[in-house]
Design a protein around this ligand. Structure first.
Ligand code: S3P
Length: 748
């Protein structure tokens, strides 16, 4: 979150922990073990606790009050308030009276709004030295005897700095937690209290309540004797410290009441469903919950609301050389996976999808529809079952739909949601938040949708519900399947016939899949049209392997002497085969066999063998047909004889990164003669050296440079490859299976 200023010194001198409960004493002993601080001072009113802490080696020095040590504290010293939430204000009073403004103050309370309110009252305004914090770690055990030096290792610590908290103090607190192995994130104070009310406070109250109810039953001994398994798992936290939880309940009153009201409504509904034998309701709730639990760590931890301050970053180190031989099937097509969820959700009946891509992008789409009340089972080994709700059955989501890195999700959803009766907000990660959305917001506005975007037509997109859409005839200003699909999806909700005309053919999966769902879509040359007001009927979808993911291995074989690779069951829709056409034109031997049609999409096995490559002028009509494959095609160009020239590809500048610049920079670093132009690139084939390149947070840049390793003279280090998970889970595993050596390591 904060750029580290190189000159500032954020080292910690003395650590003072007030309150030696589980969290305070665990932090004290962990910091002591880490050797980060010169002295760990423990403060407790009870001498027995202090004696124990000294004896156990939790602290270096014991004091009964802050007053005893305060005069010795100054810049570089950190005071941690580790007392129960409602006691924090009285400690803050002491801090106000006794500590200089140089001393960094933090706390570990589970509620942050009450800490800030107290500080404001006591200090008049929140002091710059205060950086509230909350370690998401603990146990049902309490007290100094429960201290655990590794309690925070790999656990999250959320800091909720106030606008007044200054960088120097924030960085010091961040450093303290990192030194004991924690992963530090930052969050807005109000968000923190709301999220924690739902994910931590509510479960505790449910556990206390359940145990108390059972304990109050007449034959409680019998009940507890047979209460194993689920009861034990669910109620472990009811053994937690009552004072701590009483304080949390009172300090976070409002947020807790909101979630309690919600769960009580849900209980009432569940009671009704059980009473009336409403099987569907029960299946819906249980399926949704099970799948959310299994597949959405992010959802469960509400990570979407957090801005990571430092996350473990995955880097690839690619050893030079290797080969590309084997027979593999890459994961499912991303474009079709997105569309299968979208259309399955608004269809009538149950759609079964196989071959679904379990990558972060398509999972973001899947989660968005779950958030709008659609029951979706899976994914289990690429199998997903969608319980369609019909064109008008989506429900208003409770929070903004978070679409991660996925441009396809946001642009297609904008069209599909423009005609709903409810308001919705679409958000995404940093990369998606920088991408242009006016290209979809403009035609949708022409149709009568009311959409707000952030400055420059960027996300988030706020779509107002309840607007009647009118059909339009839209001439696309750029070749974009996302824009075309967006308009056609909005057209499902518009009165009359909506048409799109594209300047060059782009992928037509939306049109084909809509037909697969029994919806009438006509294509005449560059024009596609449909009429609103129909309905989609559930179907079966077999998603073929993604030609965009296959492209990495096609190029791997194309550039490496002796290679021979077969890629199975690849989608070879004519609007996607630019990579085959371009590689063939450069000299690669590519054979398609076993060609067939699966669910309206052509599929084939593709065999690629090495042959010497020649540089070419890439025909502009191939650009939309290979739009996602250029990063790796540039690697082929770097290995070819002579010059390769690409023009007419300015769209590459607004993908997950500016793909022209990202590739040009990386290629130059590796010693390749590459020059970017406004709408393309010129690459002189020759030798690839080695060195450090950056993915620019773009999955396809990371994978392209990994393939370059096959012809590199030295090792290539690729920074920040986490994004590969958006489209190609287990890329590294599959690469290893065909003969590449990519090591993954993590860095802070
Ligand atoms: C996609 C269309 C393409 C492509 C993207 C997926 C789709 O974007 O780059 O990865 O699924 O419709 P544009 O249509 O904006 O070119």
């Amino acid at each position: 979150m904060v750029e580290n200023s190189h000159t500032a010194d954020h080292s910690i001198n003395r650590l003072v922990v007030i309150g030696l409960g589980l969290i305070g004493s665990s932090l004290a002993v962990a910091a002591r073990n880490a050797g980060l601080v010169s002295e760990v001072v423990g403060i407790s009113r009870r001498t027995s606790t202090l004696d124990l802490a000294l004896e156990m080696g939790v602290i270096d020095r014991a004091e009964q009050s802050l007053a005893a040590i305060a005069p010795q504290l100054g810049r570089g010293d950190v005071v941690v308030i580790g007392v129960p939430t409602l006691t924090v204000p009285s400690i803050l009073e002491d801090c106000h009276k006794l500590l200089s403004a140089e001393v960094t103050i933090t706390d570990v309370a589970s509620v942050k709004g009450s800490v800030i309110d107290a500080a404001e009252k006591i200090y008049g305004t929140v002091p710059a030295q205060l950086v509230p914090g909350h370690p998401i770690a603990g146990s049902e055990k309490s007290g100094v005897t429960a201290a655990k030096a590794d309690l925070f290792k790999d656990h999250r610590v959320i800091l909720t700095p106030h606008a007044h908290s200054t960088e120097d103090h924030i960085l010091r607190v961040e450093k303290l937690w990192q030194s004991v192995g924690a992963i530090v994130s930052s969050m807005d104070i109000k968000d923190h209290d709301e999220v924690l009310a739902a994910t931590s406070h509510l479960p505790h109250f449910l556990a206390y309540s359940l145990v108390d109810t059972l304990a109050g039953m007449r034959d409680n001994r019998e009940i507890f004797r047979y209460a194993a398994g689920g009861f034990r798992d669910f109620t472990r936290i009811a053994a937690s410290d009552p004072i701590m939880w009483r304080d949390i309940a009172l300090a976070n009153r409002e947020a807790i009441l909101t979630v309690l009201d919600q769960i009580m409504d849900d209980f009432t509904e569940m009671r009704r469903a059980i009473d009336s034998g409403d099987q569907n309701y029960l299946m819906d709730v249980f399926t949704r919950a099970r799948d959310a639990r299994n597949h959405f760590g992010k959802l469960i931890e509400s990570k979407a609301l957090e801005q990571p301050m430092s996350e473990k970053i995955i880097n690839y180190t690619v050893s030079p050389g290797g080969e590309a031989r084997g027979d593999i099937r890459v994961p499912g097509d991303k474009s079709m996976s997105h569309r299968s969820i979208m259309l399955g959700s608004i269809a009538e009946g149950m759609t079964e999808v196989t071959g679904f891509l379990e990558g972060e992008d398509s999972l973001a789409t899947l989660q968005a529809f779950r958030d709008m009340g659609v029951v979706i089972e899976g994914p289990n080994d690429g199998r997903v079952v969608i319980h369609g709700v019909g064109l008008h059955g989506l429900k208003a989501p409770e929070k903004p739909l978070y679409l991660g890195n996925s441009g396809t999700s946001m642009r297609l959803l904008a069209g599909l949601l423009a005609g709903q009766s409810f308001d919705v907000e679409l958000t995404g990660d940093e990369s998606l938040s920088g991408r242009p959305m006016a290209r979809v917001a403009n035609p949708l506005a022409e149709m009568g949708a009311v959409i707000e975007t952030a400055e420059g037509g960027r996300p988030p997109m706020r779509i107002k519900g309840g607007n009647k859409l009118n059909a339009i005839d839209y001439v696309l200003p750029m070749a974009s399947a996302q824009v075309k699909s967006c308009v056609l999806l909005a057209g499902l909700y518009a009165e009359g016939q909506t048409s799109t005309v594209e300047p060059a053919p782009t992928r037509d999966h939306s049109e084909r899949m809509l037909r697969g769902f029994g919806y009438d879509v006509t294509t005449e040359g560059s024009k596609a049209y449909l009429s609103g007001g129909g309905s989609l009927s559930a179907t079966r979808i077999d998603v073929p392997a993604d030609i965009s993911s296959s492209a990495f291995f096609m190029v791997a074989a194309a550039i490496t002497p002796g290679s021979d690779i077969t890629l199975r069951h690849v989608g070879v829709n004519p609007t996607r085969v630019g990579v085959i056409n371009i590689l063939r034109q450069m000299g690669t031997s590519i054979e398609l066999s076993n060609q067939r049609e699966v669910g309206g999409e052509p599929v084939a096995d593709i065999r690629v063998r090495y042959a010497e490559l020649n540089g070419i002028v890439i025909p502009e009509d191939q650009v939309p047909l290979a739009i996602d494959e250029f990063p790796v095609l540039f690697i082929a160009a770097a290995c070819a004889k002579g010059e390769t020239v690409l023009t007419g590809a300015e769209e590459l500048r607004v993908k997950e990164s500016d793909r022209i610049q990202s590739m040009a920079d990386g290629l130059v670093t590796l010693g390749v003669d590459a020059q970017s132009t406004p709408d393309g690139i010129r690459i002189q084939g020759g030798k690839i050296g080695g060195g450090e390149v950056h993915s620019h947070d773009d999955h396809r840049i990371a994978m392209a440079f990994a393939i370059a390793g096959l012809r590199a003279e030295n090792q290539i280090l690729i920074h920040d490859c986490n994004n590969v998970a958006t489209s190609f889970p287990d890329f590294v595993g599959l690469a290893a299976a065909v003969g590449l050596t990519i090591n993954m390591d993590t860095a802070e």
